[in-house]
Design a protein around this ligand. Structure first.
Ligand SMILES: [Zn+2]
Length: 600
């Protein structure tokens, strides 16, 4: 890789993604966009008629899918062209046009769902019997029927739709306060120079080696939150009340039930996660002890949680080496999987290098009928190696799904998406531990895993527990004052981190700065997805072929089944304690490896 950041046009072709495979040039895009626009009005003929007869229903749904599929290509091409160089105004405009088309299509098809919901189940079944092609839609109909009890009258729905903006006010106020208005003080860095704290710098300061700086940054940030705590309590409490209002209006027992039912996840999954993680907290306490020992401190404080405990090492990984490592790592998944992955490198799925104006970070994208593209901003380090494995997990999931399922079920939900990607990371971890000779590198990888596990399973479960507590408290009519929130959050930290951690009083205010508490019961999915992936990787390594077959089948299912059912067939029943327990075993084994290697 070159030292200086290139302009987009200077990037060698072999390091760019092959978007010409979607549209050979921008003119082709325009042509397709024009043809789509002229076809949109064809939906009008079906408005108010979906219940007329089986044939009309079928033709309407086919037409909708056809338009969606075409718009998928237009949108994908435009947004990825824009991401490769966001300073290119032509592609910024193309992306805007694509957004415009999506919103036109949404308007044209807005009648479909309400009309489907209004259909009697018996009538729908008769239609399916009469026209067998409609059975393709059976799972989709089933999903709609499950929502039916929570759909209100037209007037009430309209009222709820109008209330939406008002209900968003708390989250917007939080975001304005937390991102724009709040100002953190300056502290002195290790050279005695003044350093203004920002959100971004806060985490890197906590990751730093200078303990005095860490402590100062930690105290300064939470003192700032302390001076706004009543406002933050008001925004969070407003958000919680909004969640409850929507849930109760839709006749759900609780806000948590409403949130989970939108993706058909039983409450047992959430409960099981919290109970099982709590039972294994002694493992987190043991990791905290190891951290204390490695850092060689008298007292371990909350500001000692992010600093590395493995000595700095030279651990560079070039993109070429990373390709080899990822290919070797996924070998347990069988030849077909490996071949598909190699094809990804050969067919230019990946946009590798950073260039001026390119969107930061990494993702896997694409749509039905395109390659499952990957955006990277490559740096020669371990983080990028794991990211590459992760994104290929998503892309191969897409590849298996799209080459098996019809367009209708050619995507997948968040709940299962992170399973496919994290599983690749787990296999990479296993592969590196098996093949690395260098003790320091091995320690680095072991700690990389433990930190990832702590941040994803333990921390997100603690968040999930807090989220549940504050909603339940509000549902029972109690107030959520700043002091209540702080003491609940503080107690959770004491429970999670255990006796070797000095839980500084400041951490009680952390709830104030976490945007995820405004996502309405979203974060638990990070912990469940990660646990499921670790459990499945363990099965694949220990059990071999049968576990591999189940997993590949899972990758092929797309959204043609409910997430919990799909995972059950893959080998993890998320309504039981089994997956989290298996993941915890892996955590324990890794912890033991690290403890032993530190001693040797
Ligand atoms: Zn991901």
């Amino acid at each position: 890789m070159s030292e200086k950041v290139l302009e987009r046009h200077e990037v060698p072709k072999e390091d760019t993604w092959d978007l010409e495979a979607i549209f050979s040039n921008d003119n082709e895009w325009e042509k397709s966009a024009e043809s789509l626009k002229s076809k949109l009005s064809e939906m009008d003929a079906f408005r108010g008629k979906l219940g007329d007869n089986a044939e009309t229903l079928y033709q309407a749904l086919r037409k909708q899918l056809e338009l969606e599929e075409q718009i998928g290509l237009l949108y994908t091409y435009a947004h990825m062209r824009h991401d490769q160089d966001t300073s290119n105004s032509f592609y910024a405009a193309l992306q805007d046009k694509a957004y415009g088309l999506v919103s036109l299509l949404n308007q044209k098809t807005a009648f479909v769902t309400p009309e489907l919901l209004a259909l009697e189940e018996t009538k729908l079944n008769a239609f399916i019997k009469e026209k067998k092609e409609l059975s393709l839609f059976a799972h989709m109909f089933d999903q709609l029927q499950k929502q039916k009890a929570h759909v209100l009258s037209n007037e009430e729905e309209e009222l709820l739709a109008r209330a939406k903006e008002v209900l968003n006010a708390s989250s917007q106020a939080f975001s304005a306060l937390n991102n724009a208005d709040i100002e953190f003080p300056s502290i002195q860095d290790k050279n005695g120079k003044d350093l203004q704290i920002t959100h971004g710098r806060f985490i890197s300061l906590l990751q730093g080696k200078d303990r005095t700086v860490r402590k100062k940054a930690f105290e300064a940030v939470y003192q700032t939150y302390n001076s706004y705590k009543n406002t933050f309590a008001a925004t969070l409490s407003g958000q919680v009340k909004g969640d409850i209002f929507t849930a109760q209006s839709r006749r759900y027992e609780s806000a948590r039930e409403a949130a989970l039912s939108s993706t058909h996840i039983p409450l047992a999954v959430y409960d099981q996660l919290i109970t099982t993680v709590e039972e294994h907290l002694p493992l987190l306490h043991r990791y905290v002890s190891l951290r204390k020992k490695c850092l060689d401190v008298e007292e371990l404080h909350m500001y000692d949680l992010y600093t590395p405990i493995v000595k700095d090492i030279e651990y560079q990984v070039t993109y070429e080496e990373a390709q080899k490592e990822v290919i070797a790592a996924v070998k347990p998944l069988g030849d077909e999987y490996v071949q598909k992955l190699k094809k990804g490198f050969e067919q230019r799925w990946v946009d590798v290098q950073e260039n001026k104006g390119k969107r930061s970070g990494a993702y896997s994208s694409g749509t039905y009928g395109t390659m499952p593209y990957i955006l990277m901003n490559w740096q020669d380090d371990v983080d990028n190696l794991f990211t590459l494995a992760h994104e290929f997990g998503h892309s191969l999931h897409s590849d298996y799904t799209r080459s098996t399922q019809p367009y209708l079920y050619g995507d997948y939900t968040i709940f299962v998406a992170e399973v496919a990607s994290t599983l690749n990371e787990a296999l990479l971890h296993h592969h590196l531990i098996q093949t690395l000779d260098d003790k320091q590198k091995k320690l680095y990888i072991l700690n990389y895993f433990l930190e990832g596990f702590r941040g994803t399973v333990f921390r997100q479960t603690m968040f999930a527990e807090f989220e549940q507590m504050i909603h339940e408290r509000s549902e029972s009519g109690e107030a959520l004052t700043a002091d209540d929130l702080t003491s609940m959050y503080y107690d959770l930290n004491v429970k999670y981190y255990g006796p070797d951690m000095v839980v500084d009083k400041e951490i009680g205010l952390e709830w104030a700065r976490i945007p995820h508490f405004y996502y309405n019961f979203y974060v638990f999915q990070y912990a469940t997805g990660y646990s499921a992936a670790q459990a499945l990787s363990k099965q694949i390594i220990e059990e071999g072929q049968p576990a591999v077959d189940r997993f590949i089948e899972f990758l092929k299912t797309g959204s043609s089944d409910y997430p919990i059912e799909m995972l059950k067939k893959a080998g993890v029943d998320m309504t039981t304690s089994q997956p989290v327990e298996q993941a915890m075993k892996l955590f324990e084994e890794t912890l033991k490896q690290m403890e032993e290697l530190m001693e040797s």
